[in-house]
Ligand binder design. Structure first.
Ligand SMILES: Nc1ncnc2c1ncn2[C@@H]1O[C@H](COP(=O)(O)OP(=O)(O)OP(=O)(O)O)[C@@H](O)[C@H]1O
Length: 243
């Protein structure tokens, strides 16, 4: 059973077919990985699912309902959260403020006017504790290390209580100790019932953390299965090595 699936999803930029008739089904309740060589369409696929860009053709279904061409806000509301390859936080807001605006961007004005919702502050503190950055609540986001900003971004995504979380290169630019922390956090969040789709180039992380691996090449899946199986697949080696 799958909560998210795509059918023939296609997106071209000029003459480049970034995502080419991709039919993909995620395993529900699992940590799914999306891997593939540079430029194989992984980030574009994420952007199509989360409504950041619109497909040329094909469909995205979540819980058997069509969400193709819905706005990013509506897709987030349906229960799909995400982080970005190059971390996106508001540099001049504090850590806590970043989480409060994450709930609803339109409330930025209220936030700046000092109007806080107590329940939301409690939830924000809960996620900061889970990320282990609660001591940084009043720091401006720009003063955090890159890895801490990634944890903040994950906390911001979790503020909307998503059932499906898309992580775009969570280990990119992060030191090994923090990678371990992110892995154990993702495992815990998954054990609590959240499904994950993780784009990641760090193969150690993919192989040790993920249950199901989908391999993209030239905009579409060429192989999928458990990590041990995918690692041995000649099509995957060929896509990566170009042999
Ligand atoms: N906004 C855009 N305009 C033009 N071309 C784009 C755009 N976004 C992506 N592309 C092209 O589409 C293809 C797929 O890119 P995409 O970023 O989705 O791949 P990726 O698998 O995420 O790569 P990486 O692993 O390097 O992050 C590439 O050829 C890329 O140059």
């Amino acid at each position: 059973m799958s909560s998210l699936r795509t059918e023939g999803l296609t997106k071209a930029f000029g003459g480049v077919l970034a995502v080419d008739a991709a039919t993909v089904e995620l395993q529900d309740g699992k940590i799914n990985a999306l891997i593939g060589p540079n430029g194989s369409g992984k980030t574009t696929f994420f952007n199509l699912i989360t409504g950041m860009i619109k497909p040329d053709s094909g469909r995205v279904l979540y819980r058997e309902r069509e969400i193709t061409r819905h706005s990013p806000h509506r897709i987030a509301h349906a229960g799909i959260g995400r982080t970005f390859q190059l971390c996106r936080v508001f540099p001049r807001l504090t850590v806590l403020e970043n989480l409060l605006v994450a709930v609803r961007r339109t409330r930025l004005r209220e936030l700046l006017a000092g109007l806080h919702d107590k329940g939301e502050i409690e939830r924000a503190r809960h996620w900061l504790r889970r990320m282990g950055i609660e001591h940084l609540e009043d720091a401006e986001a720009r003063d955090l290390s890159y890895g801490q900003q990634k944890l903040l971004e994950l906390a911001a995504a979790l503020m909307a209580e998503p059932d499906l979380v898309l992580l775009d290169e969570p280990a990119g630019g992060v030191n090994p100790a923090l990678i371990d922390r992110i892995v154990s956090l993702v495992r815990d969040l998954n054990a609590e019932g959240r499904t994950f789709l993780v784009v990641e180039h760090n193969m150690d992380m993919v192989m040790s953390m993920c249950d199901h691996v989908i391999v993209f090449d030239r905009g579409a899946p060429i192989a999928e299965g458990p990590p041990s199986q995918v690692r041995e697949d000649p099509r995957v080696l060929e896509a990566y090595l170009g042999v």
